[in-house]
Design a protein around this ligand. Structure first.
Ligand SMILES: *[C@@H]1O[C@H](CO)[C@@H](O)[C@H](O)[C@H]1NC(C)=O
Ligand SMILES: *[C@@H]1O[C@H](CO)[C@@H](O)[C@H](O)[C@H]1NC(C)=O
Ligand SMILES: *[C@@H]1O[C@H](CO)[C@@H](O)[C@H](O)[C@H]1NC(C)=O
Length: 446
């Protein structure tokens, strides 16, 4: 079915006009158009994977454009194999087929999963295929190191509630914690926890999340507590407290990429050195994950249940009383489908004519940061510091040979048969403090 993305292939062979447009962007005041109804976590409109994990119903064409989110499952993820990992270009929303989806270059080394970031790439991001609506999650891990290199372990909801652990690679004795409500950037809420040598030593980083409190624990010791009661926003009359089903997301991303906003680069400890000893020795930066354990919240009444198949939203306000734990299906038949038409492109039915589809935007690119990266004008030069990776990072695509402004040709210059490491990159978002990368990795592969 993916061969159907003919227009993209044609574009890569030279008809760049097809791709000369950036994917339509979306926001609270700018919903996606009907043809590309799903607003990805990188705030770009598309179909297929755009409608799965990270799809923001508030910014999409309609509340049901995004697919419902698979409910929480208790699970200990032994990170010693990639058997249960799929690239987002291969995933159609059924959590029985994969535990993790992502972009970039994860690999197995010594029984652990490494998230890698080769030179000039935008790193690697993995997210669980099921969502937690409160609960506990614990990661046994080691960070990366180096200026501009950011490791993240976060909970991230489709409406951009977020609970973070983040490490900047110039300070291996501190982990920064933060939380956000619906992506509202407020950098005054970060808090540091001391940790001994996050690069060389495994530590257990845990988030305990209830409707009333977030607790961050390192090696079993409480490092920080945030109570909902202390998050009242008198302007909006609501709690600025994470409260919606969230994926566990782990990532390694280049906060210090030179195209990022200055505030982001400063926060990340400076520009990335793609010639560092780390790169010379291994060929990439990496963070190491040994085990991740998810314990769903135990309650018999909402919020926080996990009785049904999926979570969806009944209202655009996307607060915890609008989350519906029900039995709506979570899958699509192809990367041309959306929540509005889940069977579009079904390879079983649609043989042959799918090429007419214009699904250029079927797989969202990983973006470096998603909206709450420091370094937007407001924040520039401020020392309020810690930013969120948001979704932090994305495809690992070697931007090296492809890094031109605007969309580039197929990077290997070959037949239009794009290999998994090729990328096109969109420029021009830097001004807003974001760098967006559109990955076409894998689009033409299958
Ligand atoms: C946390 O630590 C970093 C250095 O790693 C520092 O720049 C930042 O100001 C600290 N933030 C807080 C809230 O103390
Ligand atoms: C309170 O809510 C308003 C409206 O959503 C928002 O603009 C503002 O940033 C919030 N204040 C804080 C401190 O988060
Ligand atoms: C979530 O829902 C519970 C129960 O309905 C309520 O008491 C609580 O205040 C809500 N929390 C937030 C952060 O909205």
């Amino acid at each position: 079915m993916l061969q159907s993305l003919l227009p993209l292939g044609v574009a890569l062979l030279g008809a760049t006009s097809v791709l000369a447009q950036d994917p339509p962007t979306c926001g609270l005041d700018k919903k996606c158009p009907k043809e590309t109804p799903c607003c990805s976590q990188y705030n770009q409109c598309g179909v297929g994977a755009f409608c799965l994990g990270g799809c923001d119903p508030r910014m999409s064409f309609s509340l049901d454009s995004c697919l419902p989110a698979p409910t929480c499952k208790d699970k200990t993820y032994k990170m010693d194999s990639l058997d249960r990992y799929k690239d987002i270009s291969e995933y159609l929303g059924d959590p029985s087929t994969a535990d993790w989806v992502g972009q970039g270059e994860p690999l197995i080394y010594n029984g652990n999963t490494l998230l890698t970031m080769p030179p000039k790439s935008v790193g690697t991001v993995l997210a669980t295929t099921t969502y937690m609506w409160y609960g506990n999650v614990k990661a046994r891990m080691k960070t990366s190191k180096g200026a501009g290199v950011v490791t993240a372990f976060i909970l991230f909801s489709d409406v951009k509630d977020e609970i973070d652990y983040e490490w900047v690679g110039v300070d291996l004795n501190t982990v920064q914690t933060n939380y956000y409500f619906q992506g509202i950037t407020d950098y005054t809420q970060s808090g540091n926890i001391s940790v001994a040598d996050s690069y060389n030593e495994f530590h257990d980083y845990e988030i305990q999340w209830t409707p009333d409190q977030i607790t961050w624990l390192v090696d079993g010791k409480v490092g920080r507590v945030k109570k909902r009661a202390d998050t009242w926003n008198a302007t909006s009359n609501q709690w600025n407290f994470p409260q919606t089903p969230s994926r566990v997301q782990i990532s390694l991303w280049p906060g210090g990429l030179e195209t990022n906003a200055k505030g982001t680069i400063d926060w990340a400890g400076g520009k990335i050195d793609w010639n560092s000893d780390e790169i010379k020795k291994n060929g990439y930066y990496y963070a190491t994950f040994g085990e991740i354990k998810v314990e769903c919240y135990k309650t018999s009444s909402a919020p926080g249940t996990n009785k049904g198949i999926s979570y969806s939203y009944s209202d655009i306000s996307a607060t915890n009383n609008t989350v519906v734990d029900g039995n709506k299906p979570t899958t699509i038949k192809s990367l041309l489908a959306t929540g509005l038409d889940t069977t579009k492109g079904d390879p079983a039915k649609d043989k042959g004519n799918a090429a007419q589809s214009s699904a250029v935007y079927a797989v969202p690119g990983g973006g470096v940061g998603t909206g709450n990266v420091p370094g937007t004008d407001k924040n520039e030069g401020s020392d309020s510091g810690s930013g969120s990776s948001g979704s932090g990072s994305g495809s690992s695509t070697s931007a090296s040979e492809c890094a031109k402004t605007g969309f580039s040709q197929s990077c290997d210059g070959s037949s239009g048969q794009v290999n998994g490491n090729d990328a096109v990159r969109v420029s021009g978002l830097g001004a807003s403090g974001l760098a967006a990368f559109i990955s076409i990795a894998g689009l033409l592969l299958l």
